[in-house]
Design a protein around this ligand. Structure first.
Ligand code: SF4
Length: 349
């Protein structure tokens, strides 16, 4: 029988399983304290459990965490990790330091099927969804790597489309926000989607507490379709009502990510469409200068072009506009580049 990962269980599930196995309820609370507060990584470390219980639990449960296969550190302090999973697949995770914050960007899938043109992960295709323990495992692993510094924000913006693995992502959020685990604030958890309409509606209906970010990048269907094939399945006319529906059920503003690509989505008509799409949604727009991916024909705008776009949008839009510079440009920071490199290396062997 394969072991159950403790990182895949909600506290209530662990309570129920241990009670069924004949343990007193307080045992599961002791175990959760060891896992999430005292950083125990084996049952041997759980010294308030007797040896027989520790051996028995060790036979039933796994505490496996993804392993760091490679780390790159940028001059700006961004740390990017290639993680190897138990089945030898690779995913990426990034730690981004900021002023009084430390953001962890995690993956939700091995690869991705959505094919966004600006994304290195899209070239890998989809291998599989991550399991709950592999999502929580990234957070625990990152906590070990940064200790004693604490992770303050978690964003599902790494490899994969989180809403294509929605039930697992929702369960992971429920675990990491649970008061008996990491008690992570909903304000500090963001899920980023390329615009999967049924997933946005389901997120709204389940009431899971988090912030939503939408990778928009163009507010004209004909341009968004070029960049993001998902737009053919869920065009802007379907995306907008779904976002309004979500917005009515969430206390948080939606963030629209808009990657600025020279000679593509920075003209007056693009800005006009962007204003029209976002204007009546409680939102902010995060503009991000294109972070070049090797082999791509898209061009990055100059600093002057970015500043001009930002100022004009700021002056003429109802919503807040922020500029996010791509972090870690001196390392393989675009999501999927490190995993792509590894895949190629392995194919050569
Ligand atoms: S941007 Fe996100 S949704 Fe699009 S291909 Fe990359 S990982 Fe997938």
């Amino acid at each position: 029988m394969s072991k159950i990962s403790l990182w895949s269980l909600l506290p209530e599930e662990l309570d129920a399983q241990l009670i069924q196995a004949g343990y007193k309820k307080f045992r599961s609370q002791q175990i959760l304290l060891w896992l999430y507060k005292q950083n125990a990584r084996s049952f041997t470390a759980m010294t308030n459990l007797d040896k027989k219980s520790r051996d028995e639990l060790d036979n039933l449960y796994s505490l496996y965490l993804p392993e760091v296969a490679e780390e790159q550190v940028s001059q700006d302090g961004t740390r990017k990790f290639l993680l190897q999973l138990q089945d030898a697949n690779y995913i990426e995770m990034v730690l981004i330091p900021g002023i009084e914050k430390l953001t962890l960007c995690i993956s939700s899938q091995v690869g991705c099927s959505r094919g966004c043109q600006f994304c290195a992960t899209s070239r890998l295709g989809l291998t599989r969804n991550l399991n709950t323990d592999e999502i929580i495992g990234q957070i625990i692993k990152a906590g070990q790597l940064t200790a004693p510094q604490k992770i303050t924000n978690i964003v599902f913006m790494g490899m994969g489309e989180p809403l294509d693995n929605l039930d697992t992502v929702i369960k992971s959020i429920n675990i990491l926000q649970h008061e008996r685990t990491l008690a992570f604030s909903p304000r500090r958890v963001t899920v980023s989607t390329c615009g999967i309409v049924p997933g946005i509606l389901k997120l709204a209906d389940t009431g899971v507490k988090m912030k939503l970010a939408v990778s928009l990048n163009a507010a004209l269907d004909e341009k968004r379709e070029i960049l993001m094939p998902v737009n053919q399945r869920y065009p802007l006319a379907q995306l907008k009502p779904a976002l309004l529906y979500f917005s009515r059920r969430s206390p948080h503003r939606i963030t629209f990510e808009y990657v600025l690509i020279k000679n593509f989505n920075m003209a007056k008509e693009d800005m006009k469409a962007l204003r029209a799409f976002t204007g009546d949604i409680s939102s902010k727009i995060n503009i991000i200068p294109w972070n070049p991916v090797p082999g791509s024909s898209w061009q990055a705008p100059s600093a002057e072009e970015v500043a001009a776009f930002q100022q004009e949008l700021y002056k003429t839009s109802n919503v807040a506009v922020t500029l996010r510079n791509s972090r870690g440009q001196d390392i393989s920071a675009a999501c999927g580049m490190l995993a792509g490199k590894k895949k190629k290396e392995e194919q050569k062997i």
